[in-house]
Design a protein around this ligand. Structure first.
Ligand code: CO
Length: 221
């Protein structure tokens, strides 16, 4: 146990030294400030490290993670991260990234009690309710879980677009673009769900887009 713990500190020295060989000014430049172009809202799952998945480095992605990559409008943590990323850092893209095999999604689909987390999973059950007809019609359980992961990402993208933070930013600076992705842990590849909401969408169209998307959901599977 202790050995593993100390390995983390040893690794830190090793990666830092290796980076300095590559670029002697890397940390000096990093300390000057951050200008990430992306806000990442992802699952807390240990396999979902944003930089590793996207081949990016420190300073490139501003990150918020929670169980099942949720955008909950009363979550002050998420809203603070979103506000800072959009209004101070002025990110160009906000990406909601879910993943197949998400434990949060699996737990939400079951009727088991898990304790405190049940309160969080309740938000996912509400998403299920919105897509219940489509999801219940999928007999194969692994397939149903995969689709639940996807529709959950759609909903979180829409929930982001419904925030005043995103809508005001669109009015003031025609950004950020809001995207929905699903990461497939078994292949290492990202699936772009193609639900990007862009700068040219006005408020009415955003909600119109949501309706269109729901009517087209079969096509997106
Ligand atoms: Co997950």
């Amino acid at each position: 146990m202790d050995k593993y713990y100390h390995k983390l500190l040893d690794n830190n020295i090793k990666v830092t030294q290796a980076r300095l060989v590559e670029d002697p000014d890397f940390y000096k430049n990093l300390s000057l400030g951050q200008q990430p172009k992306v806000l990442w809202i992802g699952c807390a799952d240990s396999r979902l490290a944003a930089n590793e998945i996207t081949g990016t480095r420190q300073g490139e992605i501003f990150v918020h993670r929670n169980i099942a990559n949720m955008v909950v409008h009363s979550d002050m943590n998420m809203l603070s991260v979103l506000d800072y990323a959009v209004n101070v850092l002025k990110v160009e893209h906000v990406i909601v990234c879910g993943h197949y095999g998400c434990g949060g999604i699996e737990a939400a689909m079951s009727n088991k009690q898990y304790g405190l987390i049940d309160n969080w999973l309740r938000h996912l059950k509400d998403v299920y309710r919105l897509y219940q007809q489509e999801l219940d019609a999928i007999e194969d359980e692994p397939k149903r879980l995969r689709r639940f992961v996807e529709v959950n990402v759609f909903e979180q993208v829409f929930d982001l677009c419904k925030t005043s933070i995103i809508q005001n930013a669109w009015q003031h600076r025609q950004a950020p673009h809001v995207h929905g992705w699903v990461y497939d842990i078994s292949t290492g590849l990202i699936k772009d769900l193609d639900v990007t909401v862009r700068i040219d969408e006005d408020l009415t169209k955003i909600f119109h887009f949501q309706n269109l998307l729901i009517s087209k959901e079969g096509k997106l599977s």
